[in-house]
Design a protein around this ligand. Structure first.
Ligand SMILES: Cc1ncc(C[n+]2csc(CCOP(=O)(O)OP(=O)(O)O)c2C)c(N)n1
Ligand SMILES: [Mg+2]
Length: 685
């Protein structure tokens, strides 16, 4: 059986490499049934080749092995490489999946010609990994997240094994490096990492490549993984047999819950031309991208390209119409692509609590809601060692809660977990949440792409921020960065008290397609009147009647967050008395309400601006985060005097009270800003 599969894998591998080389270089003659001329090649071929042969090898074996397993166990490949798009497209074209999605790229000669001509702008899919195609559940681009994403996806997914294909360069990233050890926290998460050890990163040798097989086994062994090292040298039948054998062994030990990694040693970009112009290519970093960048003007390059394509024996793979034949047809029939796609749509329900359910402390608020959601059995709570410090210690021992001091790993766990339709949240210090920026941006991109499914939101509860904390623990940059993306999925929720925190979490946990940043302090014990909570949730803001004068105000104070709400409540009578003006206080739950309604689902229309903020009153916004984030949302659309009091990085450590005073986040600061605003309105008039 192994030798039969090896033969089929060889056909699939050759076809996938062939279709990759076509995409990178050709515009015509894609079956090579005529001598290759300059007319057939692209003017300026470009793109990444180095990762192709090893990744194609992995995908070919995994798809065939998944076919043999026939639903008993699902093998789900995930691509970690920075530039595996071309090989993903090639594998999807060969196996007909691309043609199902985009009929113009049918699995025949015309389909391949069109694909080659389109690359690198393949009909909305670009040239990089896409969720629309097999093995695309992890978008990649950004190296490091694939292994932990696979761990999160495979957690509590019986019958599925995630197979992240990870480069040796990628193994140098902190996120991947931390994930090996982190597996200890997730027994029963069946992950079989395939380390694609091709010797090189982008510009030089990888660190792993300097280790011999024993050293590799010791390295992985110390981290808790058994490494099975398999050598793929020329791509011969015996290489395929050795790989199949190692893969089956590794599958068996993975299912025994013995973490096992398959380390595939090969040469980066093998099967490409070994030299050019007398210069060695093989065994150098020059094969990271295609080396044949000017085959039109360089006859040697054209000749090398023709030999390169011919080396995969296309006539033996494709019939005259370009359809798979012989062993390749057999391989396509056997191959199977598995995914983490949930059998049913995500189980989101309606909120678990009545809006008026009161919570007196942050601890009550969070533990109550989290427990109610976790009781549904599909919830994961993650934290970088901050549950106890955030007064949530009682959650730490729950089987659905995991703490690991590696923010980036946790984000990928959450993303992998939710990618299979389940719900969860990450509790992090606001100051260190910017570590998550790059990962979140990647997931936001991925979730916007064609082929992405409707998934439960990524929820982040950000606590312990600088207004209450030490100098080193203040940095609201994550919210600022995500708002700057202008992605409608992002919401920044700043509940004013524990009851509102509970309500915000309750709604967020059951929401779909979003990235919810909930910024709430663990100290707050204030309880504002609850009458407006339903409106705050529905609309993202509400006028607080208990603090507001009736009718049109002379000044509107918008408070976004627990400290701003408390400061507004404290300052309002003072402002009223000092400036003899009518004041309205608006509680803002969702910062994106201030943004353009064309872009943000809850953005205020011009009529709503007048309704909530008053038709002409100057506006003073108090925010927990950077004023720049608010200015960016407003973009001048209020057409009236506006000021924003928020976080600015202090020059050095200072007592909290002094910090608040220096930034204007206190009664005196609010009164001062209010006076200036109202004076400027007089000038504007
Ligand atoms: C976080 C991050 N840093 C840098 C890059 C740029 N980059 C793209 S591919 C690559 C080298 C990857 O090497 P390896 O993981 O060994 O993959 P291979 O191409 O050899 O399969 C780098 C550094 C990136 N994509 N992501
Ligand atoms: Mg590499």
């Amino acid at each position: 059986m192994i030798s039969d599969t090896a033969t089929l894998a060889d056909a699939l591998w050759r076809a996938t490499c062939y279709a990759s080389v076509c995409q990178l270089h050709l515009r015509d003659n894609v079956l090579l049934n005529r001598p290759l001329t300059t007319q057939h090649v692209k003017e300026r071929p470009s793109g990444h080749w180095g990762t192709v042969p090893g990744t194609a090898w992995a995908l070919s074996h995994l798809a065939l092995t998944a076919g043999l397993l026939d639903h008993r166990v699902e093998l789900v490949p995930l691509l970690g490489a920075g530039h595996a798009g071309v090989v993903q497209l090639a594998a999807a074209w060969v196996t007909g999946e691309l043609g199902k999605l985009r009929p113009q790229f049918s699995p025949d000669a015309e389909g391949l010609r069109r694909l080659a001509q389109a690359f690198p702008d393949v009909d909305g899919m670009g040239a990089e990994v896409t969720p629309a195609l097999p093995a695309g559940a992890f978008l990649g681009g950004r190296l490091g997240g694939c292994l932990p994403f696979a761990q999160g996806a495979a957690l509590d997914s019986p019958g599925k094994i995630a197979v992240p294909v990870i480069g040796d360069g990628e193994c140098e990233t902190p996120t991947t490096a931390a994930s090996w050890l982190a597996q200890r926290l997730l027994p029963g998460s069946f992950v079989l990492p395939l380390v694609h050890l091709n010797g090189f990163r982008m510009g030089g040798r990888s660190l792993l490549s300097a280790m011999d097989d024993d050293a590799l086994r010791s390295y992985f062994g110390g981290l808790g993984w058994e490494a099975r090292v398999v050598h793929v040298t020329t791509g011969s039948q015996s290489d395929h047999v050795a790989f199949q054998t190692a893969l089956w062994d590794a599958l068996e030990s993975t299912l025994d819950d013995r973490p096992t990694a398959l380390v595939m040693r090969c040469v980066k970009g093998w099967s490409a031309p070994v030299s050019l112009g007398g210069r060695d290519l093989l065994g150098t970093s020059d094969l990271h991208k295609t080396p044949l960048v000017s085959p039109r003007s360089e006859p040697e390059q054209l000749m090398r390209l023709a030999h390169w394509l011919a080396s995969y024996q296309p006539a033996n793979l494709f019939g005259e119409d370009g359809r798979a034949k012989g062993k390749l047809a057999g391989a396509v029939a056997e191959a199977r692509w598995c995914s983490f796609e949930p059998a049913e749509p995500p189980r989101v329900g309606s909120p678990t609590m009545a809006p008026s359910t009161r919570a007196t402390t942050f601890t009550d608020a969070v533990t109550g809601v989290v427990r109610r959601h976790a009781a549904r059995g599909d919830f994961l709570l993650l934290s970088p060692d901050e549950l106890a410090s955030n007064r949530l210690a009682e959650l730490a021992d729950e089987h659905w809660a995991h703490e690991l001091l590696a923010e980036e790993v946790l984000l990928e766990w959450l993303a992998g977990w939710t990618a299979s339709g389940r719900r969860g949240a990450l509790v992090s210090y606001e100051a260190f949440a910017p570590l998550l920026t790059s990962g979140l941006v990647g997931h936001i991109k991925q979730r916007r792409l064609d082929g992405a499914r409707e998934l439960p939101s990524l929820n982040l509860l950000l606590t312990s921020y600088g207004w209450h904390n030490v100098h080193t623990h203040g940095d609201p940059s994550l919210a600022t960065a995500l708002l700057a993306l202008r992605a409608p999925a992002v919401r920044v929720l700043t509940p004013a008290d524990p009851t509102r925190t509970a309500a915000a979490l309750d709604e967020a946990f059951d929401s779909l397609e979003g990235v919810n940043l909930i910024v709430a302090g663990k100290h707050s014990r204030t309880a504002h009147p609850v009458g407006t909570i339903a409106e705050e949730h529905r609309r993202g803001l509400a006028v607080w009647p208990h603090l507001s004068d009736e009718g049109e105000p002379d000044l509107t104070i918008v408070a976004a967050g627990d400290i701003p709400a408390a400061v507004a409540a404290d300052a309002v009578d003072y402002v009223r008395a000092r400036h003899r003006c009518r004041v309205r206080v608006v509680n803002l739950l969702d910062l994106t309400v201030l943004g353009d309604p064309e872009l943000w689902p809850r953005g205020l229309s011009d009529q709503d601006v007048d309704l909530y903020l008053g038709s002409h009153a100057p506006v003073l916004v108090l925010t927990l985060g950077h004023p720049a984030a608010v200015w960016g949302l407003l973009s001048g659309r209020l057409r009236r005097p506006v000021d924003v009091i928020g976080w600015q990085e202090p020059a050095g450590p200072m007592p909290q009270r002094q910090l608040a005073r220096s930034l204007g986040m206190d009664r005196a600061g609010v009164a001062h800003a209010a006076g200036l605003l109202m004076a400027s309105r007089e000038v504007v008039r």
